[in-house]
Design a protein around this ligand. Structure first.
Ligand code: ATP
Ligand code: MG
Length: 237
């Protein structure tokens, strides 16, 4: 069975936190402040999914849905080089779809099935899942429509993860200012919709030059933290 297939994050301790790596047939939300490594994690996973199973991958390709123009081909190249993989091939095997607004983001995911099958994709990245919705639906009056649209998007992601046996990782920002709906507590944007629809949730934080990853609210994992670093290799121990 391919049920428990996993993709290495590039860090042994991060993999351990996830129970052996990023799980296929599941949606993993990674949230945290700016600069905590969400995009670096996404890039590293795109390189790692291409490796053999023995080397932590699934011999497969990645689909990167880029909503904030933060995909960096040169970062894929440098992570691959630092890890001793073919940089050119590593870049070729990442299919990048730029989403210009929330409707476009939804269209991309609605039509992703054919792309996944044609390219033997086992990893989908959505970096970031919520940014367009935040930008387009401002203020309390639009909140319920925003949540409905996000809800629809999230359910398509879940269905795709299960149908095509792919791992889905999506990033989410930490609410920087007091949120009109949730009050002044710090929590990821997208509210309950993203949180409740994701299978797993990882909170990234700074710890000096290092980073902390914490597994949040998982019935299958101990709620614990691990340390990792951001290097030329991407995510690392
Ligand atoms: P945002 O919320 O703004 O999207 P993010 O969580 O996606 O933030 P990243 O872009 O993943 O943040 O992380 C940026 C950080 O990664 C940089 O501040 C730097 O510390 C680190 N970084 C990036 N490239 C390298 C590299 N080649 N070597 C070491 N560290 C790097
Ligand atoms: Mg980012």
């Amino acid at each position: 069975s391919r049920r428990r297939d996993r993709i290495s994050t590039g860090s042994k301790s991060f993999d351990d936190l996830l129970g052996g790596g990023l799980e296929t047939k599941a949606v993993t939300e990674v949230y945290g402040e700016f600069g905590t490594g969400k995009t670096q994690l996404c890039h590293t996973l795109c390189v790692m999914v291409q490796q053999s199973r023995l080397a932590g991958g699934l011999d497969a390709k990645a689909l990167y849905i880029d909503t904030e123009n933060t995909f960096r081909p040169e970062r894929i190249v440098s992570i691959a080089e630092a890890r001793g993989f073919d940089p050119r091939k590593s870049l070729e095997n990442v299919i990048v779809a730029k989403a210009y607004n929330s409707a476009h983001q939804e269209l991309i995911i609605e039509e992703a099935g054919a792309v996944i099958e044609d390219n033997s994709i086992r990893l989908i990245v959505v970096d970031s899942a919520v940014a367009h919705y935040r930008a387009e639906f401002l203020g309390r009056a639009t909140l319920s429509e925003r949540q409905q649209r996000l809800n629809k998007f999230m359910h398509i992601l879940v269905r795709i993860a299960e149908t095509y046996e792919v791992a889905v990782v999506l990033t989410n920002q930490i609410q920087a200012s007091p949120d009109a709906y949730f009050g002044d507590t710090v929590r990821p944007t997208g509210g309950n919709v993203v949180a409740h629809t994701s299978t797993y949730r990882i909170h990234l934080k700074r710890s000096g030059k290092n980073r902390i990853a914490r597994m949040v609210d998982s019935p299958y994992h101990a709620e614990r933290e691990i340390l990792f670093t951001l290097t030329d290799r991407g995510i690392s121990d």
